[in-house]
Design a protein around this ligand. Structure first.
Ligand code: ACO
Length: 310
């Protein structure tokens, strides 16, 4: 079986910040409520004329700037594409002058980036592909109701990109898992005919997220032969800091093992893991041999994980 590695990462966040004190002027909320209930202090909001594909292009440029290899397959994870056609991967390929490649969009909302990693790894191992570029870009502000205090404090915009390669398989992807519990498919809804904006059953989502995060981490550590005393890091979907705290407490994992930047970006759906991972890579937080576990979870109710040997 061909080895597949994570060759490079990239990211992009819009310049405009929406702080908790800005939100205090928009809805009946407080910085104190948002901070203690979610861990979020600010989020980035794309310009009106800035689409999810623009952010995907910027993140892909950042990622491709770190390698001379060019993708023979492009997967664009998004639930907030500005158009149904051209699909986002086509727009990204055109803007970056990428030729001789296959390309498609993938939508598994917050789990989309890690779903894409699993699909890319399989397609490299099963087929003719060698270098797969993944973008994950979300303009959540497009689907956020800024009169609904229960949801508007949570979401932000941003994008990330990863390059997977069998040509230079450093940071090997050891194992992946995809999951879905469709009995909770209406716990997060957005983009509908009757109500376009994102609505969610926050408490049910919270419970699901804490449970699945613990289950997946324990399973991956077991399957990778690692223990909780080993050097490992978890890069989870950034939905709520309290989800990470609860999963850490329930599973006796030190919170320092979790990589998070939710305080500065909020929940950027499928982009969130890539934004946190790219930041950690830039800060040099991982050393050779560390186990880095990506865990996506969210609407669907979906989840996905990938274990990487750094
Ligand atoms: N400011 C002040 N008060 C608020 C706010 C706000 N922004 N929002 C809600 N409240 C109030 C509620 O009205 C309620 O008041 P009441 O007790 O008088 O009725 C009280 O705060 C508690 O509300 P809860 O909904 O119980 O608050 P909770 O602590 O559960 O936090 C939250 C809500 C932040 C949504 C949390 O449930 C959560 O993060 N859930 C998980 C979300 C998630 O992971 N979704 C999946 C991903 S979806 C995606 O990523 C696309």
């Amino acid at each position: 079986m061909k080895k597949v590695g994570l060759l490079a990462t990239g990211s992009y966040a819009p310049e405009r910040k929406l702080t908790n004190s800005d939100l205090e002027k928009m809805v009946d909320t407080t910085d104190e409520w948002i901070t203690t209930r979610t861990g979020i202090k600010e989020r980035r909001i794309a310009a009106d004329n800035e689409d999810a594909s623009d952010m995907a292009v910027a993140a892909a440029r950042d990622c491709l700037g770190k390698t001379d290899l060019r993708p023979d397959l492009l997967i664009s994870s998004t639930a907030t594409a500005e158009r149904a056609c051209p699909f986002q991967a086509s727009i990204v390929a055109n803007r970056l002058n990428l030729t001789n490649l296959g390309a498609f969009d993938l939508n598994a909302v917050c789990s989309g980036l890690v779903y894409s990693v699993a699909v890319a790894k399989s397609m490299i191992q099963a087929g003719p592909y060698r270098n797969v570029l993944i973008t994950a870009s979300e303009k959540m502000s497009m689907l956020t109701d800024y009169t609904d205090r229960a949801s508007c404090v949570l979401f932000g915009d941003g994008a990330a990109a990863l390059m997977l390669s069998s040509e230079e398989p450093e940071h090997e992807i050891l194992a992946t898992e995809l999951g879905l519990d469709a009995t909770g498919s209406d716990y997060v809804i957005m983009g509908g005919r009757e109500d376009y904006y994102l609505r969610q059953d926050g408490r049910k989502d919270f419970k699901f997220a804490v449970t699945i995060l613990g289950e997946v981490i324990n399973r991956l550590l077991r399957e990778s032969g690692a223990s909780k005393n080993d050097d490992f890091y978890i890069v989870p979907h950034q939905a709520n800091y309290r989800i990470l705290e609860s999963a850490a407490r329930d599973n006796k994992i030190p919170i320092e093992r979790f990589i998070y930047n939710i305080d500065r970006y909020g929940n950027t759906s499928s982009a969130s893991i890539g934004l946190a991972l790219d930041e950690a890579v830039k800060e040099g937080r991982f050393k050779k041999g560390d186990l880095v576990v990506l865990v996506g979870f969210g609407g669907g109710l979906s989840w996905a994980s990938a274990a990487i040997r750094w």
